[in-house]
Design a protein around this ligand. Structure first.
Ligand SMILES: Cc1cc2nc3c(=O)[nH]c(=O)nc-3n(C[C@H](O)[C@H](O)[C@H](O)COP(=O)(O)O)c2cc1C
Ligand SMILES: [Mn+2]
Length: 455
């Protein structure tokens, strides 16, 4: 039996009952699911939420499965400190997928004429959302020339019984595959799967070259081949143990309004003319669970996206600057890098490597190894005390960035900025930082001088 979502949920609930919350009262998929999550986040609680009854659908809903590194690490059986190593190891030691003839997701199938997206508990999260959305769908699509499959997450906007708008970022791989098929005037068959073991999401979010195999990385993360079933539509594959799979085609030369949708950027991005998927069939496990990932700037989306992004950036920047210390993505489109600078110009090398490794990046700050890059106060301190704007800022206009950046002029075309916040010419030649001698700090016991209970 392959590793699957329900197996992980059962294990996690058993081991961490306080981080698993079953909600029995009926909730409305229109705003209420998002409201409960938002209120919990405001009180710094991030449990897995299992909604047993969601208005308008027979399917229960699970959300927040990837809301903390601890949960994802538990699913991989690793320490949360070890993500980068584990991820890069999976990239280096891929395990090819295994095509199997059947799987649990084939237990029930709804055919073309009976497909009705309304049977799924699609969510409306925020005031700016144009319609109910499916956000947790992992899309698999085959490149028409190479036969390789690409995995990615793509939001689907409900339109009618069997039609949904799809958002494919220009420059990302699904959009490229779609463009190749569209040039030939052909529809692109896809599968959209919901409810996979967390390793699937981490692998699908891998940021690499066109043609790199996310399925191989998923296998590496699972430590077993990712089991996939061939769909009815030519070229479709999908996870054998997914909870729910939609098979459909993205129509060529068709654009309809999609959006706005409140995104991870924190904004409802303007509506645009985007392609449309026609759903041809739905496969479900018995007692299927509908997986949801709350749209917008909530923990789950940010945590999921950041783990593969940081691993990929670390690897790429390390290739340019061997004394790279660490990387941290603190906010959309932004990266902080720490390096042990040996030579002039290495901060700039790190920036260039980062920008070429990750299209979404727009701001990169490079600091020395004495700065804790997870402490934004310290990073701003380094910017304040080590940067001179006329000397240390690199500006690259007119580059492809995120089409969800509301400050861009033309959609998805941005100006990238690198800031060298390292000490110049070097940390060792820079004035000393305030520091009481280590020996004194270690020797002196505060309790001997001050009654701490009285303070
Ligand atoms: C929850 C979630 C939803 C996402 N939705 C979209 C989306 O609607 N469109 C999109 O282009 N990327 C979306 N992404 C990001 C892509 O899945 C991600 O960039 C992926 O690595 C792209 O695959 P590729 O590198 O093979 O092109 C989403 C990511 C997450 C975590
Ligand atoms: Mn890809």
């Amino acid at each position: 039996m392959p590793k699957d979502l329900r197996g992980f949920l059962a294990e996690y609930e058993r081991a961490n009952p306080r981080e698993f919350c079953r909600i029995k009262q009926e909730v409305d998929p229109r705003y209420e699911v998002a409201a409960i999550l938002t209120k919990l986040e405001e009180s710094r609680k991030l449990p897995i939420l299992f909604y047993e009854k969601v208005k308008g659908s027979d399917l229960p809903v699970v959300t927040n499965v990837h809301s903390t590194k601890k949960k994802i690490a538990a699913s991989l059986g690793i320490d949360p400190q070890k993500f980068r190593d584990k991820y890069l190891e999976a990239v280096e030691n891929q395990i090819p997928p295994k095509i199997v003839s059947d799987g649990p997701v084939m237990e029930q199938t709804v055919g073309e004429h009976d497909v009705d997206l309304k049977t799924l508990p699609m969510m409306t999260y925020h005031e700016g959302d144009a319609a109910p959305y499916i956000t947790a769908g992992m899309v698999l699509a085959e490149d028409p020339e190479t036969g390789k499959h690409n995995a990615s997450f793509n939001r689907l906007m409900y339109k009618s019984r069997n039609r949904a708008g799809i958002f494919m970022t220009v420059g990302k791989h699904l959009h490229e595959i779609y463009s190749r098929m569209e040039e030939q005037g052909k529809p692109l068959p896809i599968s959209v799967s919901l409810g996979n073991h967390p390793a699937w999401a981490l692998g699908a979010l891998y940021i690499g070259a066109y043609g790199d195999s996310e399925l191989g990385i998923i296998g590496g993360l699972l430590a077993e081949p990712a089991e996939v079933v061939r769909g009815k539509l030519s070229g479709t594959l999908f996870p054998a143990a997914a909870e729910i799979v939609l098979e459909g085609v993205i129509e060529p030369h068709l654009r309809e309004e999609e959006g706005p949708f409140c995104e991870f950027s924190g904004y409802a991005t303007g509506k645009g003319l985007r392609p449309v998927v026609t759903i041809k069939s739905i496969h479900l496990r018995k007692n299927a669970v509908y997986q949801d990932i709350c749209g917008g700037q909530h923990r789950e989306h940010l945590v999921m996206a950041t783990i593969p992004m940081e691993a990929n950036l670390y690897r790429s920047i390390k290739g340019a600057v061997p004394t790279l210390v660490d990387v941290h993505v603190p906010a959309p489109f932004s990266l902080i890098i720490s390096i042990k600078k040996r030579f002039q110009g290495q901060a700039q090398s790190a920036m260039i490597a980062a920008f070429s490794a990750e299209m979404y990046l727009k701001q990169v700050i490079v600091v020395d190894e004495d700065v804790d890059i997870t402490n934004l106060q310290e990073v701003i301190w380094a910017v304040g005390t080590r940067v001179q704007a006329d000397r240390d800022i690199v500006i690259i206009p007119g580059v492809r960035g995120s089409s969800l950046d509301p400050s861009a002029g033309a959609e998805g075309v941005v100006t990238k900025m690198g800031m060298d916040a390292t000490a110049k010419p070097s940390l060792s030649s820079f004035p000393k930082r305030n520091k009481v001698p280590k020996e004194v700090m270690e020797r002196l016991r505060l309790e001997a001088y001050v009654n701490l209970d009285k303070l």
